[in-house]
Design a protein around this ligand. Structure first.
Ligand SMILES: [Fe+2]
Length: 268
């Protein structure tokens, strides 16, 4: 079973994915696609039905999220009905939606978990305690065939520690949120694939996907009322392809995938 995992999607990447994702999937024999969609709204804050439907149509099976999930009010109602979008499992249980769900692909059951880190992120429950609770319910090869975990967070050490916590218990653990792809994709010692951050699907001639001029003014303390906005134009999509063993549910290989023009391309 081949999984394609894609980093945080910016609005400029939606049409790119609509055009190119089918070819990427065919070329790499992809069975299931998971992407973080929380930056896909036109201002890169949140996700609405309009963007999500385009992304599902382009070939994405499940969208994960993080700190921006509730930026658009309509998403509160949308997540009551759209089960293919996850919000972090360690957010308050009173909020709509779920952070851990089982999806079916053919005869296979794929569990996707979405968690938000604690360091330098908005407040939510302890990510390690939530991970312990979730993994008690989901058992590789007992009640699910594969388990994929998106850890949405800023701090590499926290994501890496969680990778080791999950090692041997899940198929793959990947990080999102920093928008910068890390080149540490690996198979951990007990067979789980890991990458600290998948990177983003957006324009890298920017500051983490946002217009560099506006961002610079902010850091240089130039008094400018302009709100930041996503950089348009040339798009690069970043992610990884994980090949998983149908017998064990663990990872066999992980290969970084970068398609676009601005940064070094792999597997293009
Ligand atoms: Fe984020």
């Amino acid at each position: 079973m081949n999984f394609l995992l894609l980093g945080d999607i910016f609005p400029s990447a939606i049409s790119f994915l609509e055009k190119k994702l089918p070819r990427v999937k065919k070329k790499n024999k992809i069975d299931f696609v998971i992407a973080n969609g929380e930056n896909s709204a036109p201002d890169a804050k949140g996700i609405t039905k309009k963007e999500a439907e385009k992304l599902f149509k382009s070939g994405i099976d499940v969208l994960t999220s993080g700190n921006h999930i509730w930026d658009k009010r309509e998403t509160l109602n949308y997540l009551k009905v759209e089960k293919r979008i996850l919000r972090p499992a360690n957010m308050s249980s009173t909020l709509p939606g779920a952070g851990c769900k089982i999806y079916k692909k053919g005869k296979k059951k794929i569990c996707v978990m979405n968690l938000m880190a604690n360091y330098y992120m908005p407040k939510c429950s302890n990510i390690f305690k939530t991970a312990q609770k979730l993994i008690k319910k989901m058992n590789l090869k007992k009640n699910v065939d594969f388990i994929i975990v998106d850890i949405h967070g800023e701090f590499a050490a926290e994501k890496m520690a969680l990778g080791h916590f999950y090692d041997g218990k899940v198929t793959s653990v990947f990080g999102t949120h920093t928008h910068v792809p890390t080149s540490d994709s690996m198979i951990l010692s007990k067979g789980t694939s890991y990458q600290t951050d998948l990177g983003m699907c957006g324009n890298f001639n920017s500051v983490i996907g946002l217009k560099k001029e506006i961002f610079l003014k902010k850091f240089l303390r130039v008094n400018d009322q302009k709100k930041n906005e996503p950089a348009k134009g040339s798009t690069t999509i970043c992610g990884s392809i994980v090949k998983a063993c149908e017998k064990t549910g663990l990872a066999i290989s992980i290969k970084q995938l970068i398609v676009g023009s601005k940064i070094k391309n792999f597997n293009n």
